[in-house]
Design a protein around this ligand. Structure first.
Ligand SMILES: Nc1ncnc2c1ncn2[C@@H]1O[C@H](COP(=O)(O)OP(=O)(O)OP(=O)(O)O)[C@@H](O)[C@H]1O
Length: 310
């Protein structure tokens, strides 16, 4: 697969302070890439440099083979960007907002109508095109912003926390549009999110901390590498069970008669053999898979900020 974003030895300093420290990563064309990290990790700095809005200190950043420092116009044609803060003109209709963007991007006049039709159809807002932006819900406004970012047919779409502040149902719908763009239009999606359930469904996840990329892999591989499955058991003979755990050097935590036991997902039989002698004393058993949240916690030592929805 061809990388559409290539970052090599990228460093960004603000004066003496190194915000991004010799970072390298690639994003595959047509994939959904989640860029995660705690506050101040260096995500915005990286995105701003990729989107040609900030100069790097050193390194090479290419989008679709174009250098973000030397071929700014070409890179801008290849990318669409949706920022966290809403930038639509509330007093204008959806069509008027999109028209203005076409002028900004010098889209030929004869193509404007068709393009607006095309992008509004993608986000299911065709019937709303003559409505004032002020009359739309938060989720609809976000969809208009996505439509606007697609007007010049970019290959890569940057979405900075596209679902923050939206209720769960609207978040789900937003994801339907995001995956549709990827699957039907082969647009590469580069997004930041604070919702781990969203990162879970991305093709690739990079976690940044203190200006460095700590890990960069598929959610599945990250979970396999950095988390353990946990079994929760209620045992009627806790002392005996604890003794066996200690003897066999099995990792666990205990709260009265409840045990949280580390399970090696690749070797579940070992765990089953271990609990076999206690089968009459185990009152309850549940095995939970490790999550991306556990990975994040393990890598950064911090819980990811969860936004409350509106
Ligand atoms: N203009 C600036 N001048 C000096 N330091 C800056 C500037 N912009 C960002 N920083 C610092 O660089 C580091 C990385 O900031 P950045 O905004 O890229 O992080 P982030 O991962 O996007 O965080 P958040 O999730 O809070 O947006 C932080 O320590 C921040 O304080």
């Amino acid at each position: 697969m061809k990388p559409i974003i290539e970052v090599k030895n990228y460093t960004k300093k603000y004066g003496d302070f190194t915000a991004v420290d010799n970072v390298s990563f690639e994003v595959e064309e047509g994939s959904v890439f989640a860029f995660l990290g705690p506050n101040g990790a260096g995500k915005s700095t990286t995105i701003n440099t990729l989107c040609t809005m900030m100069e790097k200190t050193s390194g090479t950043l290419l989008i679709d083979g174009k250098d973000v420092s030397k071929e700014k116009d070409e890179v801008r044609k290849a990318i669409g960007v949706v920022f966290q803060s809403q930038t639509l003109d509330e007093k204008m209709t959806i069509s008027e907002n999109l028209n203005m963007h076409c002028v900004f991007y010098s889209i030929p006049k004869k193509e404007v109508k068709d393009r607006i039709h095309f992008v509004l159809e993608l986000v299911d807002l065709l019937d709303w095109k003559d409505k004032n932006v002020s009359s739309l819900s938060g989720g609809m406004k976000r969809r208009v912003e996505i439509a606007r970012a697609l007007l010049h047919y970019p290959k890569v779409l940057f979405l900075d926390e596209p679902t923050t502040g939206l209720d769960p149902q609207t978040r789900n719908r937003m994801w339907e549009y995001i995956t549709k763009l990827q699957k039907e239009k082969n647009i590469t999606i580069f997004l930041t999110t604070h919702y781990m359930d969203e990162a879970e469904i991305c093709d690739h996840v990079a976690i940044m901390d203190d200006g460095k990329i700590m890990v960069d892999d598929t959610p599945e591989n990250l979970k396999q590498q950095y988390t353990k499955d946990k079994a929760t058991l209620h045992v009627s003979s806790p002392e005996k069970f604890e003794e066996a755990l200690t003897k066999e050097h099995v990792g666990y935590q205990r709260e009265k008669e409840t045990f949280y036991v580390d399970v090696d997902a690749a070797n579940i039989q070992t765990f089953l053999d271990f609990i076999q002698p206690f089968k009459n004393e185990i009152q309850d058993l549940e095995i939970k898979k490790g999550t991306l949240n556990d990975v994040f916690l393990k890598i950064t030592g911090k819980a990811i900020r969860e936004e409350t929805s509106e």
